[in-house]
Design a protein around this ligand. Structure first.
Ligand code: ACM
Ligand code: ZN
Length: 534
């Protein structure tokens, strides 16, 4: 009797369940918030006709740039009759939904993407193109309804172009990768001790001298070995504009970072008067943290303000990253000007001097209609009034900033430093250190439990940082970000529920990566959460 009953129940469940894919997840990354399957299929035509009744310049750039579809072509034409993909405009701000919300309805005869904003439409097209890519071989997509929006507004990836330089085309490719996985922020680390990488017309020596070093560290840091090859490069302002425009077409904001007061050796090598000692120094060949930092004197502020005055108009971003990390105070302790300034301003110590430095820069940036964001050391000596904090030394800095009602981007080393190993160091190319497997990234929660409900809203999101000391070329960039950035994309979308399920979807996505010849780390996905290689 029991057997018969359960058989009947199973039988009737099977009858009532829509036939296809009802139990199976789509291979999408990041996974959408809600997917409802319906019966039937949309047959993928050879030529998709798309009615462009809304301006849609950006439409197919990501996936066509990569030539992902084998057979299908998408024809964008205004007023196309019998179009198979159309776009609907949703009334704004209904039910408090996010601005970048979208819906996709896949019927047997047509597909409708609806949104209230360009960002939403872009997300929808992105999801649909992933679906076409996956289902092209079968020639049909199951009918379904997707309703979707991201959990976090700052979905970032950082790239250090100072330790190793990447060309405009490589940076564009990086931006394409971000767009594929629905990141919306590119943090461009443009200046550091080992190279100044952005043309500043008022200070040509920054790129004549500061963009070049007479050698680099080779091998492990502990080997303390150098080559003597001149190494460097920089972006002209025209190239910067080109990258910013390219990113904007993919709904990605570029946040530039100009490091101060530390990590300034390349700038001081170009203009020695900016340091405390006035001594001529060389652009650094070694990795690390150095005592030559900007001296907070009037000439330095004039210099930095002139630099920022050229940088800010190039980047539409609301935020300018001013660094603020790892600033040794030795030179300030020995410098007569610095010590007088501490007395004159009634500051307690060099930490308050750093805070004075950042606050002065913040005033300038705010007066130009922008905000500053800095690494969590900018909390030391007192946070500048409107500054956002990027929490990298764990989440404590981010927690402290949110408690002070400042916006925060979480980027703790343990989960978000993609210069860490993701597999056994014995068999991997040299990396910075640490251990951050894809599963570790996937387990990240950017909102600390410790925060009260009304403090949680200050967490804008998170980002991964790619410091390039040990990343010699773009193939290695790919190796370090894939698949970890895919895991992070789902954390930021807020749909990171089950790593085993993510792993299955990754295997399907790996075929796309293979097709694109992406040099992804094939073992990261199988590595455990905790470091077994100690
Ligand atoms: C950092 O990793 N020094 C922000
Ligand atoms: Zn000084």
């Amino acid at each position: 009797m029991n057997f018969l009953k359960s058989f009947l129940i199973l039988f009737s469940v099977a009858l009532c369940t829509p036939k296809f894919y009802a139990q199976e997840k789509l291979p999408l990354i990041p996974y959408p918030q809600k997917v409802d399957f319906n019966e039937g299929f949309f047959k993928i035509p050879k030529d998709f006709k798309v009615n462009l009744d809304l301006p849609l310049r950006e439409a197919n750039k990501i996936f066509f740039a990569f030539n992902l579809f084998n057979k299908s072509k998408i024809i964008f034409k205004k007023g196309t009759k019998n179009s198979q993909i159309s776009f609907g405009l949703l009334p704004p701000k209904l039910e408090n939904r996010a601005k970048d919300y979208y819906e996709i309805k896949i019927y047997q005869s047509e597909i409708i993407i609806s949104s209230e904003s360009e960002e939403g439409r872009f997300n929808g097209i992105n999801t649909l193109f992933q679906l076409i890519n996956f289902y092209e071989k079968e020639g049909k997509i199951p009918c379904m309804e997707i309703t979707d929006s991201p959990k976090f507004q700052w979905r970032g990836m950082h790239l250090d172009v100072a330790r190793h330089f990447f060309t405009v085309d490589e940076v564009k490719k990086y931006i394409d990768y971000l767009a594929m996985y629905k990141f919306n922020t590119f943090h461009w680390h443009l200046t550091d001790d080992q190279g100044w990488r952005i043309e500043i017309k008022k200070y040509p020596k920054l790129t004549e001298i500061g963009a070049w070093r007479n050698g680099s560290m080779v091998g492990k840091y502990s080997d303390n070995t150098f080559d003597d090859k001149r190494y460097g490069g920089f972006y002209t302002q025209e190239q910067i504009k080109e990258v910013v425009k390219y990113a904007a077409e993919r709904h990605i904001t570029v946040v530039p970072e100009i490091e101060m007061p530390g990590h300034a050796v390349a700038a001081i090598a170009s203009y020695p008067e900016l340091g405390c000692t006035g001594k001529q120094i060389e652009v650094e060949k070694k990795w690390g943290v150095f005592e030559d930092v900007f001296c907070p004197k009037p000439e330095t502020f004039t210099f930095l303000e002139n630099v920022l005055a050229e940088v800010m108009p190039l980047f539409p971003s609301e935020y300018i990253h001013i660094g603020g990390d790892e600033c040794p105070k030795e030179n300030w302790k020995k410098c007569a000007h610095c010590q007088n300034l501490i007395k004159e301003k009634g500051l307690k110590d060099e930490h308050e001097l750093q805070s004075y430095f950042i606050q002065k820069i913040e005033k300038f940036v705010n007066a130009h209609g922008k905000k500053i964001i800095g690494w969590d050391e900018i909390l030391e000596g007192g946070l500048a009034p409107n500054a956002a904090v990027m929490s990298w030394r764990g989440t404590e800095g981010g927690i402290a900033a949110a408690q002070q009602k400042h916006f925060v981007v979480m980027s703790p080393g343990e989960f978000c430093y993609f210069d860490h190993y993701q597999n056994n160091p014995a068999t991997e190319p040299i990396a910075f250190g640490g251990y951050t497997s894809a599963e570790k990234v996937y387990s990240f929660n950017p909102i600390p439990e410790k925060l009260k409900d009304d403090e949680k809203k200050y967490i804008l999101g998170a980002q991964a940082n790619l410091w390039s000391e040990y990343i010699l070329d773009f193939k290695q960039v790919e190796y370090m970000i894939f698949p970890r950035m895919m895991a992070l994309s789902e954390v930021l979308w807020g749909t990171n529920n089950d790593f085993n399920d993510f792993k299955l979807r990754f295997q399907k996505n790996a075929k796309t990566l293979d097709k694109l010849k992406v040099n992804y780390n094939k073992e990261s996905i199988n590595q455990p959460l905790k470091n077994p290689y100690k």
